[in-house]
Design a protein. Structure first.
Length: 192
């Protein structure tokens, strides 16, 4: 059950996203009618997987605020939102102000972000695992976890990533799509 103030803040976020979407293409136009199911609920499904006591997180390639900004609103965890597209970062800053989300926007490439490692790193629709893990690893604190929303090609991505990376992994079926999966990764280390 979502508290009323969280629901209200998520509605404000959704309204703002739809207004900005006409100019920025934050979500595909065909997804607008399914915003809550396709994007917001998809992001919220990560909340129960977050370790108790997590007080800071990093969201990579935050784009339209999924999942990082949605999780910041819903959980109260302080998020660093990293987005290299200046226009999308501007949207994120506006959304943070209008929703009161505990988040800081970093308008830069992930590799250039000046953020300390966090106990939680999230990403959605950013890159295949072999390209994503080198970005995740330096930002993940010891004993931290990474929650990644992945699609139908997850097995292919895992096989490719396991050539260069070791990790402890748990697969959680997506609650919002038949082909989706949440990867819960920990102990992410390069083999070399």
């Amino acid at each position: 059950m979502t508290p009323p103030d969280v629901t209200d803040r998520l509605r404000r976020f959704a309204d703002l996203l739809l207004r900005w979407n006409a100019k920025l293409n934050l979500i595909a136009p065909r997804d607008a009618p399914m915003l809550w199911q396709r994007h917001i609920q998809d992001s919220l499904q990560l909340a129960p997987l977050i370790q108790p006591g997590t007080d800071r997180a990093i969201d990579l390639g935050s784009g339209g605020g999924f999942p990082g900004l949605v999780l910041a609103i819903a959980t109260g965890i302080r998020f660093d939102l990293i987005e290299s597209d200046q226009r999308k970062a501007s949207f994120l800053r506006t959304a943070v102000l209008e929703t009161g989300a505990p988040a800081t926007v970093h308008a830069c490439r992930i590799e250039d972000a000046l953020v300390a490692p966090a106990s939680l790193v999230t990403a959605r629709a950013l890159a295949p695992l072999p390209r994503l893990l080198p970005l995740v690893a330096p930002l993940l604190a010891p004993n931290g976890i990474c929650l990644l929303l992945k699609g139908a090609k997850v097995d292919e991505e895992l096989m490719a990533a396991e050539k260069d990376w070791t990790m402890t992994m748990k697969r959680v079926p997506s609650r919002t799509g038949p082909d989706g999966v949440v990867l819960r990764l920990s102990e992410v280390r390069g083999r070399h």
